[in-house]
Design a protein around this ligand. Structure first.
Ligand code: ATP
Length: 679
């Protein structure tokens, strides 16, 4: 069974050893993948291309660039450079490069529903004046990067100019793929995990100089595991791909491991609905409960550049230098203690939002703590207020999440902060040059508690208690709620199952929220996909919204519900102002909306947390369709809770989680009338 028979290089792309990878070859791969939904075939098409690319590329960077083009990115997440230009700018560029009117392009868009196809059709109508030289992968990548980084004066015109330059050199279907790359989504059903598998396989095929997947099956499986493990600790293709080409999958760990200065995807928890569920999971194993603070996740890195395996240079995430302390004679010392970075759940740089946090962490670090990576929650905090006699008149303490969300996102100066924050650290992944992911939680906790000097208003460790019985957990949960937390996190404490698992929603971390227990229902994070104009006095604002979730496998947004409850009048005005600029001419080609009919569709940018009492099978909405039945799952009586600006649309609650919630609800209702009911 030689893989690749079906996907030998059909394109007429001109590969030449040592010459840049022709873009036509990659465009052809996209076109082939677009025609199939079979995962194995997709893996095969892409790995065949990658083998040729590895053999021909003049530098490994070109292969990395091809990978980035496959996953619609330009760099690691933490460097924050994104594709995804707005519809109107792309329409303008297509109009100008083809000499057609914007109105005509919009009309075509209404008909064809996809800007990539519109651009292709527009170019077909255009007489060819002269033939530019063929596009190459590095050339396209460089221009896309330029488009994404162009800012400031006349940036719109510059971007349009760059898009026109690309379009003028496109041939055939290249036009479609270039436009979709500029939009930020290829929509060919090429999930990142498939790209990773194809990459791992291509390394094995190149090494053994054969594509016989039967004889190589063990090597392939191992290579996939090795690549995934390396990426989960070092989520950076610029480093991983060259290392893979040079050292092979088994040599990856020499280069790709947890490194201060490169934020990794955090470990996530699974929801539970009852304390008994916690005991079922952990049985007689040793576990611990911690307060679940209601704030914002923060991964904090501290390191001295040039020491141990700390990262330096352009692949390092943004960090701030922590200045050395003043010398004894009062003169300020010019020495640097190291670099400190704070990253969100999505690896975004949060140092601009929390400059005060950087200062307090630097203060609370013990002098002997020379490098660390910790996992923590930032919360809004009020210091205790005392009267002149020194009596406490306001105990202060944890403040609700709503208060944290009023904090400015940028340009905050440490001395002008109005919403004060305190950090609660709950895990440590790296300390003084040593990675700790493989240690059990009990050991990590000990190390965490040895590394800092907590103080009342800036830094503390998450309150924890090792519980064994339902009663103990219930009492600790009650205490967490009294102390203004969301509930508990219950974690495996010892043994192999208590290691830190980057990027996994693990069953070794369970979240037990008070709302789940009180029957208030599940909460989901959903993407705002559409708007319905209000009625009566709400005609100037959207009165309700269409919400959806991202399905990685089909690369589409599925719809979940229409929501019109939980908003204040002020909310509706604010959301209308925020969403109006995101309105689309037509719904995007990758919106699987089912029977929903909102008045307008939006660019998928905004994520809201909503609470729901009940899930049901629906003839209208499409979420998790096929998971339980052909019909999708919908929310009954959804209520808006809050904006989740720490989540990207692709981090919304996924279809498999929604199906899981439905199943749990169905089994809880067993004995009553069937599952969660029908819409
Ligand atoms: P949620 O909506 O519950 O915040 P999420 O998808 O952001 O969900 P989960 O992994 O499901 O993330 O829930 C865990 C979150 O709870 C963490 O991301 C973190 O921000 C927060 N948290 C608060 N206290 C703790 C703690 N002691 N241990 C781990 N996470 C904690």
């Amino acid at each position: 069974a030689a893989a690749g028979a079906s996907s030998s290089n059909k394109s007429d792309a001109k590969w030449q050893k040592g010459k840049p990878i022709p873009y036509a070859a990659l465009a052809d791969v996209f076109s082939q993948i677009d025609k199939t939904t079979k995962r194995l075939e997709i893996q095969d098409i892409l790995s065949t291309f990658l083998v040729t690319a590895i053999e021909h590329a003049s530098t490994p960077e070109e292969v990395t660039q091809a990978i980035y083009l496959c996953i619609n990115r330009l760099c690691p997440d933490y460097l924050g450079l994104e594709l995804g230009l707005g519809e109107s700018l792309i329409i303008k560029a297509i109009a100008q490069s083809t000499g057609r009117g914007v109105d005509k392009i919009k009309k075509d868009l209404e008909e064809l529903g996809d800007l990539g196809r519109v651009a292709m059709a527009s170019r077909a109508k255009q007489p060819t004046m002269f033939q530019s030289s063929a596009l190459t992968v590095p050339g396209v990548f460089k221009t896309l990067k330029e488009i994404a980084t162009t800012s400031g004066n006349k940036s719109q015109d510059k971007k349009i100019g760059l898009i026109m330059k690309l379009l003028s050199a496109c041939k055939g279907e290249e036009t479609k793929w270039i436009i979709r790359s500029i939009e930020g989504k290829l929509r060919i059903g090429l999930a990142e995990k498939t790209v990773m598998i194809a990459l791992a396989r291509s390394a094995v095929f190149t090494r053994f100089k054969t594509k016989n997947i039967d004889t190589l099956s063990d090597e392939l499986k191992m290579a996939e595991e090795q690549c995934k493990a390396a990426f989960s600790e070092m989520p950076n293709y610029d480093i991983l791909v060259p290392a893979l080409i040079k050292d092979g999958p088994e040599g990856l760990r020499k280069t790709c491991h947890l490194t201060p200065g490169i934020p990794l995807k955090p470990m996530l928890a699974r929801p539970t609905k009852a304390i008994t569920e916690v005991l079922d999971r952990f049985e007689d194993r040793s576990f611990t409960c911690e307060y679940k603070y209601d704030g914002e996740r923060a991964q904090i890195h501290f390191y001295v550049p040039g020491e141990a395996n700390a990262i330096e240079g352009e692949q390092a995430a943004p960090t701030k230098e922590i200045a050395g302390s003043s010398s004894s004679n009062g003169a300020s010392s010019s020495s640097s203690q190291g670099r400190l970075g704070v990253f969100s759940r999505n690896s975004e740089d949060m140092s601009v939002k929390y400059p005060d946090l950087l200062e307090s962490i630097a203060r609370c670090r013990k002098p002997e703590t020379k490098s660390f990576v910790i996992d923590a929650e930032v919360t809004a905090w009020k210091a205790a207020v005392k009267n002149e006699a020194g009596e406490v008149i306001d105990a202060g303490g944890l403040q609700p999440f709503q208060q944290l969300s009023t904090r400015k996102r940028k340009d905050v100066q440490a001395d002008k902060v109005t919403v004060k924050v305190k950090l609660f650290a709950f895990d440590i992944l790296y300390l003084n040059g040593e990675p700790l992911l493989q240690y059990d939680l009990a050991t990590r906790r000990e190390k965490l508690r040895s590394a800092f000097n907590p103080n009342a208003d800036e830094f503390d460790y998450a309150t924890s208690q090792d519980c064994n019985t339902v009663e103990e957990i219930a009492a600790f949960l009650e205490a967490s709620v009294q102390d203004r937390c969301e509930g508990l996190m219950v974690k495996m404490l010892q043994g192999k199952e208590s290691t830190y698992e980057p990027s996994r929603r693990s069953q070794n971390w369970l979240k037990l929220k008070k709302d789940y227990l009180s029957g208030a229902g599940d909460s989901l994070d959903l993407v705002v996909l559409g708007g319905y104009y209000g009625k009566g006095k709400r005609t100037k604002v959207y009165g309700a919204f269409l919400l959806g979730c991202w399905d990685v496998d089909s690369e589409s947004y599925q719809t979940v519900c229409k929501i019109g409850t939980g908003f204040t009048e002020a909310n509706l005005e604010d959301f209308t102002a925020q969403l109006k600029p995101l309105e689309l001419t037509v719904k995007k080609g990758y919106y699987d909306v089912g029977g929903a009919t909102p008045d307008v569709y939006f660019e998928p940018k905004v994520v809201w947390e909503v609470r729901v009492a009940d899930l049901s099978l629906s003839p209208i909405y499409t979420a998790a369709k096929g998971a339980i039945e052909a019909r999708g799952i919908s929310l009954r009586f959804p209520r808006f809770i809050r904006i989740r600006d720490d989540k990207d649309p692709e981090d919304s609650t996924g279809p498999e989680q929604i199906a899981e919630m439905y199943r749990k609800q169905a089994s809880a209702q067993q004995g009553k009338k069937g599952g969660g009911g029908d819409d």
